[in-house]
Ligand binder design. Structure first.
Ligand SMILES: [Zn+2]
Length: 319
């Protein structure tokens, strides 16, 4: 177990990112395998404007999952995403036209990808978790699908509902509930951000029809050499292995994992990896067996990727 003075790190960190209040926190255990055993892999993260702060990232000794060592109480993340995120990320509360257009283009790419590779059923249904303004739903709505999205970013959701007339809701994915089930769920670049990925995937399983598909994307290791990749918003860092493992744990069978840009070749999303999976109840509750025979990374293999990524070229990244 890495010995770090998390209290001191947290106090300093909160102050520096502009929170006067103190929030409770815990040392995060591995969200995939529940192990408490981990090793420090990186000391600092980016807080924007070429500034870096101590905020430890660790790697699980049992399964190789990489995550932030500090997990705050839920309220902190709600406050953060509700108020701070867009201000820090884009210095603007409302989405820009360019942002919306980019999302529309990405949605079109995704729809075309799905349509050309799978038979999309009539009157299907779709859920977008962490939907932002919700444009990913539109191409599927056009073919008569019943669509729904949610996001913890209040101003973006309000914009999507009022100005774009999209069926989305301001809520944390952990709190979602529905009267019907879905044929396709997508989590595009937001499983890294959510409070409890297990709760989110549990709910998606519960609200998935038989043979329903799920697509998850995130910035991948080691492909992401973007300096600000290691920042506050990414509570965890997925690889092909860990994406597949967490999906299997929750009763989904990976169909394939790829760096192919399913949502188009946008510059700012260069390092995105994707995993497409299908509901597969046999895997559910079988994590022990799955861990025994597949999908394990070791501290050494993860460290190797980290050390050989372009991030290492800057002195801010210190083991
Ligand atoms: Zn683990």
């Amino acid at each position: 177990m890495t010995k770090l003075n998390l209290n001191k790190i947290s106090n300093y960190y909160l102050k520096k990112i502009g929170f006067d209040k103190k929030y409770k926190f815990k040392a995060r255990i591995c969200e995939i395998c529940n192990s408490k055993e981990n090793e420090l892999i990186q000391k600092k993260i980016s807080i924007g404007n070429k500034k870096f702060l101590d905020f430890p990232i660790v790697v699980c000794k049992k399964c190789g999952f990489v995550f932030q060592a500090i997990k705050y109480e839920k309220k902190f993340y709600k406050d953060f995403y509700g108020k701070m995120y867009r201000k820090i990320a884009y210095k603007n509360i409302d989405p820009s036209k360019a942002f919306i257009n980019r999302q529309k283009i990405r949605a079109k790419h995704f729809y075309n990808f799905m349509r050309s590779n799978f038979k999309l059923k009539k009157n299907g249904s779709m859920l977008d978790v962490g939907c932002s303004v919700g444009e990913f739903l539109r191409p599927f709505m056009r073919i008569g699908w019943n669509c729904f999205g949610n996001d913890p970013d209040k101003s973006f959701v309000e914009y999507g509902r009022k100005s774009l007339k999209l069926p989305i809701k301001y809520e944390m994915a952990e709190d979602m509930s529905f009267k019907s089930k879905f044929d396709l769920s997508i989590i595009i670049g937001s499983l890294e951000h959510c409070f409890d990925p297990n709760k989110v995937l549990n709910k998606i399983y519960k609200y998935s029809n038989k043979d329903a598909k799920i697509l998850i994307s995130g910035r991948g290791i080691p492909r992401s050499s973007n300096k600000i990749y290691f920042n506050h918003n990414h509570h965890r860092y997925f690889s092909y292995n860990s994406l597949e493992l967490i999906l299997m744990k929750h009763g989904f069978k990976p169909i394939f994992s790829t760096i192919y840009p399913i949502t188009g070749n946008a510059d700012e999303r260069k390092n995105e990896i994707f995993c497409l999976a299908v509901k597969y109840p046999k895997y559910r509750g079988k994590l022990k067996e799955i861990l025994k025979y597949s999908k394990i990374e070791t501290v050494k293999t993860v460290q190797y990727f980290f050390k050989n990524s372009e991030n290492r070229k800057t002195k801010h990244y210190i083991f």
